[in-house]
Design a protein around this ligand. Structure first.
Ligand SMILES: *Cc1c(COP(=O)(O)O)cnc(C)c1O
Ligand SMILES: [Zn+2]
Length: 479
């Protein structure tokens, strides 16, 4: 064991969000064996850590940013806040976590009229935040393989694209005895997202339909076959994704006062992680005030927004049928983690935390993504959704003066370049309801045809091309 790897181990249990029953973590559970409810992991010895005082933990986590111990370089910098049951040898580290927080470009801040930043979770190894959760799930899975001597483990997940990319990459790295199967809604993931699990050598299976259909299929499989489910129904994923909030608080010197965290909601795993992490930091005293958390949903996939937009006492949760959405990775009508959100939001609000969900148009998401990327950011469509959410929150008056917004760009822009092309060519299928704003459109321009080049005398091309470039770009000759 490396010298700085923590010695202390804690006891952990799964807690059911419906019936409250507790279950030991020595087996991989997705749902409560007693009632079928979703689970969250709880550290029974968490409050022991209070004895050291918050400053001890802040300093430890700050010092750990410089560690050369691989197992503590990624999301397990916050080992004690996440999974203090794992051994160093179990932990899989592929460079996930520690993603940068980039303040919005000066021109963009000026046009919005408020200071804000992007946390670029597309700078994870498979280019989305899902790597955080996979590091959690695979590390736990490795510990089970080690303890049980399993000879074959088949992992499976349903995906809107990024879960399968991450699952396949970690599975390929860990290797024997892990085998990865991913299930995708045919034609509903981007070419880049399809290329990723194929390139990692996973078995890629597709069915017609949308993500919600695939989710039902893998749930059926998890109930009837020996498979390890890697969707965020798996609470070890949610645990790994808590690292986003820990990193954010740490970056701001453990000060969350006047900070608003914006993120898209799809299956609601990521927002669950965010609230859970903030509650833990608050409980330990790492942060004194809870941040403002704002979930964002597209008008084409908005069951969580619908729930929270009803008057408090009359709230009823109903799944929705999704419409085509450019925020395709969040195009989910029946989020698996909704009961977790509901449960945690109650605790969060009871402690004075502000929680909101806003709804945005498809048009605002696309315009948002294109606009921020024209200012040097690398937002995916879901990152555009976070931006649109901030504008919407501002318009609704739910942001206070001086609140600093941190927008989650959950994946890298490159994964979603197909939507950018549709925008630039103004050819969105009718179902999306998106039109290009001509002021944001950009096209390549061919200056000389291959025929024109072929017709030129040898040695003429460079000068002719340079002249054409100078004319097109409006260059002035040197005196
Ligand atoms: C998975 C995903 C989401 C949605 O996150 P949930 O945890 O399902 O709410 C948003 N953006 C991207 C890029 C994703 O891959
Ligand atoms: Zn239960």
């Amino acid at each position: 064991m490396s010298q700085d790897f923590p010695q202390r181990r804690a006891r952990m249990e799964y807690v059911c969000m419906d019936c409250g029953h507790r279950h030991p973590v020595d087996s991989l559970l997705y749902t409560c064996p007693d009632c079928g409810g979703v689970l969250l992991l709880e550290d029974l010895d968490f409050d022991e850590m209070k004895a050291r005082g918050a400053q001890y933990w802040r300093s430890l986590f700050d010092a750990r940013r410089a560690t050369r111990t691989r197992a503590l370089r990624g999301v397990f910098r916050f080992y004690e806040l996440m999974a203090p049951v794992l051994e160093e040898e179990d932990i899989v580290y592929l460079g996930e976590g520690d993603t940068p927080i980039i303040e919005a470009s000066p021109a963009l801040e000026k046009s919005v009229g408020r200071r804000f930043a992007y946390k670029n979770d597309g700078q994870n190894p498979s280019a989305s935040f899902k790597d955080r959760g996979m590091a959690g799930a695979y590390s736990y899975l490795k510990s089970l393989v080690r303890k049980n001597g399993w000879k074959e483990v088949l992992t499976i997940c349903a995906s809107t694209g990024d879960t399968s990319a991450a699952a396949a990459m970690y599975g390929a790295y860990v290797g024997e005895p892990i085998r990865t199967v991913v299930l995708l809604p045919h034609g509903k993931v981007t070419p880049a997202q399809l290329a990723q699990p194929l390139g990692s050598g996973a078995q890629v299976l597709e069915v017609p339909g949308v993500f919600d259909d695939c989710m039902k299929v893998v749930e059926y499989l998890a109930d009837h076959y020996r498979v390890a489910l890697l969707n965020s129904k798996n609470s070890w994923r949610v645990l790994g994704q808590e690292s986003y909030a820990y990193e954010t608080a740490q970056w701001f010197g453990w000060e969350m006062k006047d900070k608003a965290l914006f993120m898209p909601i799809g299956n609601a795993g990521n927002i669950t992680s965010m609230i859970s992490a903030c509650l833990k930091m608050h409980r330990l005293g790492l942060i004194e005030e809870l941040p403002h958390i704002v979930g964002v949903q597209s008008e084409h996939a908005d069951p969580v927004w619908r729930y929270y937009s009803q008057p408090r006492k009359q709230r009823i949760y109903r799944p929705v049928t999704v419409q085509p959405s450019v925020a395709q990775a969040a195009m989910i009508g029946n989020p698996v983690s909704f009961p977790r959100v509901k449960n945690l939001v109650e605790k969060f609000e009871a402690l004075g935390g502000r929680f909101d969900v806003v709804q945005v148009t498809e048009q605002a998401i696309m315009d948002g993504m294109i606009l921020v990327n024209r200012h040097g950011h690398i937002a995916c469509t879901q990152g555009g959704e976070s931006f649109a959410g901030m504008l919407q929150a501002q318009a609704l008056g739910i942001l206070r003066d001086g609140e600093f917004c941190i927008l989650d760009s959950t994946a890298h822009a490159l994964k979603f370049s197909g939507f950018q092309s549709m925008y630039f060519e103004d050819r969105f299928p009718a179902g999306y309801g998106v039109k290009a704003n001509p002021g944001l459109v950009n096209h390549p321009r061919l200056l000389l045809s291959a025929e024109e080049r072929a017709a030129m005398p040898a040695g003429e091309f460079t000068r002719a091309a340079a002249l054409a470039v100078a004319r097109a770009a409006g260059l002035n000759a040197r005196d």
